[in-house]
Design a protein around this ligand. Structure first.
Ligand code: BES
Ligand code: ZN
Length: 436
């Protein structure tokens, strides 16, 4: 059904229609980013001047839209975990491409690669049951059995000088100096492996910065301290198993825009990948579906000439997709952006929150006064744009218990719809503001 037919249906069903007056003035559209075009849709760089005109636009809203948005989220969730670089992502991206095309947009796939470090299960076993640990990011793999030697303090060179770790596994407490330095000191003193005991509760998700020459494992405080005590009392043999792998991942951003629109003023985006083991409903089928919903609603309006929609890949591996996007974009493309709006975790929790550049949070607040303002705005794809000086607005509904777990399976359609409508009003005001 074409958007105009959809509006007609909604009118005849007596559902609410939001009327919007949009004034479009001359917009110089220039190129561009370095995206890979789909073979059947090569888009030539263009310089176009669109004429100024005033138009009345209907945004259909209500149950029908909400159902479609929920169906989009469900379609992604039912694929299971959407880990970047896995075959599931081909299905997820095909779905998005198909839906954006149905909504009247052309799509571009932007592939990018990065190195991914994975711990496939690492442990330390001394006399009793294995203690599960976490390899530090950048640790080499290895399995070795050797005496376990407790190193006093935190593993500075002087600490290593007070014990003999030659051919041994060094047991060191976390703190004071970087992990990489502890590992270097251990290797320099002749240790063949190092185990770092956390000094606070919880797991350590540490990173070495540069690859280590010996296996480096972190263990939780409680079992680690017990082991330190045991090893101080009697000589202990231990087996250190660090099972890590480094592989090259190919991620794919999906970019949708109206044909010929090469210089958007606004980008709406959200990541469509998830962490391993989680179906990523709220994080972030929710944001992906909201961006698609906004695209559908804008497709029949002139605002679509100023907007790009992006589903980012590899966010969970460190904002890889958004970083790849901004680093391949021309500086003039980025400086032509009035805003990047990022949607991440918008399907659970009643209160919608925003964070980001103060001028945009102010605009959002004046558009939707009930919106919550968050101070920090790191941890998601807008950060890559903010780092390049693009004004950003981050939409999210706060932390929730199922975050990054297999239980992240549900999104609330009403909340998705509310987010979409609020975002559209903000986009509308933002683009209107630019015309003044
Ligand atoms: N969706 C989260 C970010 C987030 C967390 C939004 C909590 C709202 C509430 C995102 O997918 C994520 O997990 N980010 C990581 C950092 C990223 C660089 C891997 C995070 O926040 O730890
Ligand atoms: Zn996440």
């Amino acid at each position: 059904m074409a958007p105009s037919e959809l509006s007609q249906t909604l009118v005849s069903l007596n559902r609410p229609i939001t009327r919007l007056k949009v004034v479009l003035s001359a917009v110089l559209i220039s190129l561009s980013t370095a995206c890979v075009k789909e073979p059947d849709r090569a888009i030539e760089p263009i310089q176009t001047l669109t004429a100024a005109k005033a138009q009345e636009v209907d945004y259909p809203s209500g149950e029908l839209q909400s159902n479609q948005t929920h169906a989009d989220a469900q379609a992604l969730i039912k694929l299971g975990p959407r880990v970047a670089g896995t075959p599931v992502m081909e299905q997820a991206s095909s779905y998005l491409i198909q839906e954006y095309r149905k909504a009247g947009y052309v799509t571009e796939v932007q592939p990018f690669t990065y190195e991914k470090f994975e711990d496939q299960g690492s442990s330390l076993t001394a006399n009793a049951a294995p203690i599960k640990g976490r390899a530090l990011n950048g640790s080499i793999a290895g399995k070795l059995t050797a005496p376990l030697v407790v190193v006093p303090n935190v593993g500075k060179p002087a600490d290593f000088a007070s014990v003999n770790v030659k051919g041994a596994i060094a047991l060191v407490k976390r703190g004071d100096i970087p992990f990489a330095e502890k590992a270097r000191n251990a290797a320099a003193a002749g240790a063949i492996g190092i185990v770092i005991v956390n000094h606070q509760s919880g797991e350590v998700f540490g990173t070495l910065g540069s690859p280590s020459t010996i296996p480096v494992l972190s263990v939780a405080r409680q079992p680690g301290e017990r082991l330190i005590e045991q090893a101080r009392k009697a000589a202990l043999q231990a087996t250190l198993a660090v099972n890590t792998q480094q592989r090259t991942v190919t991620g794919r951003n999906i970019i949708a825009h109206r044909e010929g629109v090469t210089q958007p003023r606004v980008i709406l985006g959200g990541h469509y990948d998830s962490v391993a083991g989680s179906p990523g409903a709220n994080d972030n089928a929710s944001g992906t579906a909201v961006v698609l919903a906004a695209a559908r609603q804008l497709s029949s309006t002139p605002l679509a000439d100023q907007t790009w929609f992006i589903a980012f890949d590899g966010e969970e591996d460190g904002l890889q997709g958004s970083r790849a996007f901004v680093s391949s974009a021309q500086p003039s493309f980025l400086s032509g952006l009035k805003a990047m709006l990022n949607f991440d975790m918008v399907g659970v929790n009643d209160r919608l929150g925003i964070g980001g550049t103060s001028s945009l949070t102010a605009l959002a607040k004046s558009t939707a006064p009930t919106i919550n303002t968050f101070g920090s705005h790191g941890g998601s794809d807008h950060a890559a744009f903010a780092a390049k000086g693009v004004p950003v607005l981050f939409f999210y509904r706060g932390q929730e218990p199922n975050y990054h777990t297999p239980k992240d399976t549900v999104v609330n359609p009403k909340l998705l719809n509310e987010t979409t409508q609020t975002a559209l009003r903000i986009v509308e005001n933002l683009l209107k503001e630019g015309e003044k």
